[in-house]
Design a protein. Structure first.
Length: 94
């Protein structure tokens, strides 16, 4: 399964009523609430073995599946697949 599909599945588990393929204001439009973001960060961390830093918890990183955080997760999932990296990697988004 592709990384983007995995992220969409995670989002759909959290909020099955949202069209994540087309929504562009998940945070700014109050589609995702604070608990949704906490759940999402936890699921992304578990699924992709990454740590999302508090300073990266800003709306522009979560407004759509094409937002900075998700694009970062896609690229790092492909970049680091099949390599041996320590658990809970920290990656800067900026």
């Amino acid at each position: 399964m592709e990384t983007k599909e995995t992220i969409i599945e995670i989002l759909e588990e959290i909020r099955p009523d949202v069209d994540f393929e087309n929504e562009t204001s998940l945070v700014d439009g109050n589609v995702l609430e604070s608990f949704d973001i906490v759940s999402l960060v936890s699921e992304l961390s578990d699924e992709f073995d990454i740590t999302i830093r508090p300073k990266d918890l800003v709306p522009e990183n979560f407004n759509s599946v094409d937002a900075k955080l998700f694009v970062f997760t896609f690229s790092n999932s492909f970049l680091f697949s099949g390599t041996s990296w320590p658990t809970n990697k920290h990656f800067p988004l900026s």
